[in-house]
Design a protein around this ligand. Sequence first.
Ligand SMILES: Cc1cc2nc3c(=O)[nH]c(=O)nc-3n(C[C@H](O)[C@H](O)[C@H](O)COP(=O)(O)O)c2cc1C
Length: 200
Amino acid sequence: MTPTAAEYAARQEIPVAQVKTRAPRPKIVGSDSPEPPFPISLVGPVQKGFGRGGKDLGCPTANLPDDSITPISSVAKTGVYYGYAQVIPPQESRGDFQTDDLNVLPMVMSLGWNPFYKNKVLTAEIHIMHNFQSDFYGYEMRAIVLGYIRPELDYVSREALIEDIEIDKQVALNCLQRPAYQVYAKDSHFQHQEELKASM
Ligand SMILES: Cc1cc2nc3c(=O)[nH]c(=O)nc-3n(C[C@H](O)[C@H](O)[C@H](O)COP(=O)(O)O)c2cc1C
């Protein structure tokens, strides 16, 4: 069985995906409802990464601290995943947020060592599919991971990585259209949007 992300980290080993040619990618993956180990709930304060996601890739990501990613890294292999996420600003910063920034939103997540950038530590980076008007470092992020899309890969160019991330986003949106996945947008792991909006 493929080692989990945490097993690789414990061995101080970095997984290498060997891909010679890339077949056309499916537009939807997985089954009609989430299968174990999913759903996996994550929560933690948003940390700064290296900032390359927004600058280099046009895909800003929000990182979670190490102890917040154990629920997934201890049971799942490295790779790209999809699900829902919500950012919850502290009371004093709610004025910086638009009301639709508080919604439970579709997300894609990369769990691993970013082979293209040759990172030295395991990270979980979440790209929320929404145009936030302001940064939210330090704010609480809640997420539910519902399925696996593909392994993390190394790329011959930045453009090839960007192209694959764009496909990941489409695949995630298609996967989340399925009714058994949509119910998780209303899961009690997330804060009720109406209550949050009322407190703004
Ligand atoms: C959906 C998604 C898929 C990704 N796939 C890969 C990948 O296959 N290989 C890789 O090296 N990095 C991958 N990344 C990670 C990006 O390289 C990483 O998010 C970027 O370097 C930003 O990190 P930083 O903000 O810490 O600089 C992916 C990120 C996302 C959001």
